[in-house]
Design a protein around this ligand. Structure first.
Ligand code: ADP
Ligand code: MG
Length: 306
């Protein structure tokens, strides 16, 4: 194992975890946010970086980029059952970037922060050839919902439609036409703030889908030490035909919410709307996916950086 590519993203995170001991009273590396007890409540902290030509194309509209940079972080805060409150913006700028472009970005970021009652209270500025945007978001919750909270014999649910971002990304990359909803989902994803308050009372565990449905389901299995059966035909997938079903569930960046709940709440949860029952947990410690009764074994579970 000579290179970072051999180690992989999750191997790297594991390495950090073995070097840096985590304090007992804090939920540190391993969930969507760090959870820091603070009096009656808990602070939630998350950070995500978007890099030009890695996470977005150079012609990504600046208003939508602001939206994306904030929403990918809001998504992690709500996945832990919290409310976002404070943001830090670290940004690398190319000196030749037009000020008018930056103004659109800032104006839109400001509007989005105002809309969600988030105060931008700090950051850092550096020079680079490529634009990169890193937002640290801090939120609060009375009761954190963790990846580790699932038990065997629970229902598995996911919000919304999976794979739209993947189809939108591919269409932009190959300059082909596709459903404009998919392009919008890639350019300006929306965290599911609209559903979180209805889901929160029932969810025993939760994760937002950034790495792909399967990989993020696997994160829940590992953190909760449970197994899961997912029935692909029950997952509401993007209808576009420019990608296969497996690509749709392994691309990531859906920013939908995947959560588990006791079976007795099934009807209440389905009545919320825009939520699908896609599987069951068990005690096998393995993730198994079925399509119409047949086991499917994809080559990979989802996105990793290296
Ligand atoms: P998400 O997809 O929810 O943003 P990630 O997969 O990026 O989560 O990260 C998983 C966990 O690993 C998180 O708890 C995150 O804080 C931690 N993590 C990721 N990269 C690093 C790093 N470079 N140093 C310390 N912790 C990290
Ligand atoms: Mg996340």
């Amino acid at each position: 194992m000579d290179t970072i590519k051999d180690l992989g993203e999750f191997g790297f995170i594991e390495k950090i975890k073995t070097i840096f001991e985590q304090p007992d009273n804090v939920i540190g590396i391993g969930d969507d946010c760090a959870v820091i007890p603070m009096g009656e409540a808990n602070l939630l902290v998350t950070v995500d970086t978007l890099i030009e030509n890695v996470h977005f194309f150079s012609d990504h509209p600046m208003d939508k980029l602001a939206n994306k940079a904030l929403n990918v972080n809001i998504s992690d805060i709500i996945a832990c059952g919290g409310t976002p409150q404070w943001a830090f913006l670290s940004i690398s700028l190319n000196p030749m970037m037009q000020i008018s472009k930056l103004d659109i970005f800032l104006d839109h970021l400001h509007k989005q922060c105002a809309r969600h009652n988030i105060y931008l209270i700090g950051g850092n500025t550096t020079k680079d050839d490529k634009l990169s945007i890193n937002i640290t978001l801090i939120g609060k919750t009375q009761k954190p919902i963790l990846r580790s909270g699932a038990k065997a014999s629970q229902d598995v649910f996911v919000t919304g439609k999976i794979g739209c971002t993947a189809c939108g990304f591919l269409a932009l990359k190959n300059k082909t036409l596709t459903n404009s909803e998919c392009i919008e989902r890639f350019l300006a994803p929306q965290a599911r703030i609209d559903l979180i308050d209805k889901i929160k009372p029932y969810a025993t565990c939760m994760i937002d889908i950034s790495d792909g449905l399967l990989q993020d389901a696997n994160h829940i299995c590992r953190a909760s030490k449970i197994g899961m059966e997912i029935f692909l035909e029950q997952v509401k997938l993007c209808e576009c035909d420019n990608l296969g079903d497996i690509d749709k569930i392994t691309f990531g960046e859906d920013y939908e919410l995947l959560f588990c709940a006791d079976r007795k709440y099934r009807e209440h949860i389905l009545a919320i709307g825009d939520v699908s029952l896609i599987g069951q947990t068990n005690d096998s410690q393995k993730l198994t996916m079925y399509h119409n009764g047949n086991i499917i074994k994809p080559d990979k579970y989802g996105f990793t950086h290296f």
